[in-house]
Write a protein that binds this ligand. Structure first.
Ligand code: SF4
Length: 149
């Protein structure tokens, strides 16, 4: 299949190959954080509580291949509806492309730099705790507003 050099901004998400799809993820790790939803206000709140499988140093899933069997409520981004995409941070390439918006200049596919999303000073590294250390009833105490989420 022929692609333009900027396939990430021109090819609809559903037409991306598996490799192209994976390349859109900048590795920020924010989709692996617990979120709370205010259904009345239709608002999503991020917490700084991470899935037990999130590697706190790299920001990657420590068992990506088996994540759905190990964590039954892990959401498959590829199967998300556009409404469910609002659970992703505003900076996420999948959310941006689902809204027909271009990727930002800092995105690894454009800047050419290896993804540093997880290590960026405004990102989540060093600010998160594992769900194994937080009772579910206490999640509200960990609500946080990210700069771009
Ligand atoms: S929020 Fe988006 S860019 Fe960040 S890790 Fe998840 S899928 Fe990748």
């Amino acid at each position: 299949m022929n692609r333009t050099a900027t396939y990430w901004n021109t090819t609809p998400l559903e037409q991306l190959s598996a490799e192209e799809w994976e390349s859109l993820c900048d590795g920020c790790g924010k989709c692996c954080l617990h979120k709370l939803q205010d259904e009345e206000a239709d608002e999503v709140f991020y917490t700084r509580v991470a899935c037990r499988l999130l590697d706190m140093k790299s920001g990657s899933c420590s068992d990506y291949v088996h994540r759905f069997s190990r964590v039954p409520d892990c959401m498959d981004v590829r199967k998300m509806t556009s409404a469910e995409m609002k659970w992703l941070p505003a900076s996420c390439a999948y959310r941006l492309r689902a809204q027909s918006k271009p990727l930002p200049e800092w995105h690894p596919l454009i800047s050419g730099h290896v993804s540093t999303g997880f290590k960026d000073p405004y990102r989540i590294r060093g600010r998160i705790v594992s769900e194994t250390d937080v009772p579910e009833a206490d999640l509200e105490d960990y609500i946080i507003r990210w700069i771009d989420a």
